[in-house]
Design a protein around this ligand. Structure first.
Ligand code: NAP
Length: 215
């Protein structure tokens, strides 16, 4: 939020309330049925009729376990929070996206690779689905001048990043020999939203410090 100009109005969705100037927060739990959480969002959009210049989807949840122990509830929750919410928001925002708008989805290196530190097939599959969304939305919305890209973080110091138990192991597989900072991902999102990225669409940028590039 701190990176936005004082002119920028933001619609923030999530479970944690955000109180900031020019931010309108709508409480949503993406684990709920899509029609339930999206109703207030759709109502707000219909009322405000905003011209949307940027849309960032970053919600993500991880259930890390072998496939035999992953429950259907965990699979469905992963899909709802990580993928279905992005799809529905793209659908409801589409009429309001301004010509030349920029969309960024937050994926993960897990879309391409299984971690040595623990299996997370549901998570990896959900992030891989975002690869398709980026390509297809970039194609659908390209004629409107709307760019759609993704960032793929590796292992960060925050949020769902590796616990202390795994941090040392994974750091040894990172070329830069350290975990990433959330701000370093935000920098790349900010670049993709900016005019400096005007000719980039349908692309994924790894933000992983060179994870797993050693032969
Ligand atoms: N940390 C890493 O090492 C890493 C690596 C690769 C990719 N990523 C990706 O980076 C993104 C941010 O993750 P993070 O690691 O920074 O973890 P985080 O701080 O826990 O962020 C997760 C985000 O997802 C939202 N979210 C989770 N469950 C939700 C629900 N049921 N309904 C609505 N929103 C929900 C949270 O919003 P509320 O708290 O407001 O609900 C929060 O903004 C995720 O997409 C994650 O997959 C992270």
């Amino acid at each position: 939020m701190g990176r936005l100009s004082s002119e920028t109005a933001v619609l923030a969705l999530g479970r944690t309330e955000i109180q900031a100037p020019r931010v309108h927060w709508i409480s949503v739990d993406f684990r709920q049925p899509t029609a339930t959480w999206s109703a207030p969002v759709i109502a707000w959009l219909r009322h405000q009729k905003p011209s949307v210049s940027a849309f960032v989807h970053a919600s993500g949840v991880v259930y890390s376990d072998v496939v035999e122990r992953t429950t259907l509830d965990e699979w469905e929750a992963t899909w709802r929070v990580n993928v279905a919410s992005a799809f529905k928001l793209g659908q409801v925002l589409s009429p309001y996206l301004a010509d030349g708008a920029s969309v960024v989805l937050v994926g993960s290196v897990d879309a391409w690779y299984a971690s040595q530190d623990g299996p997370a097939a549901a998570y990896g599959a959900s992030k891989a689905a975002l690869l398709g969304l980026v390509r297809h939305w970039a194609s659908e919305w390209g004629p409107r001048g709307i760019r759609v890209n993704g960032v793929a973080p590796g292992a960060l110091t925050s949020g769902n990043g590796p616990s202390a138990q795994f941090a040392e192991n994974i750091t040894g597989r990172i070329a830069l020999q350290r975990l990433g900072q959330p701000g370093e991902v935000a920098d790349v999102i900010q670049f993709l939203l900016s005019p400096q990225a005007a000719y980039i669409t349908g692309a994924w940028i790894p933000v992983d410090g060179g994870l797993n590039i050693r032969y």
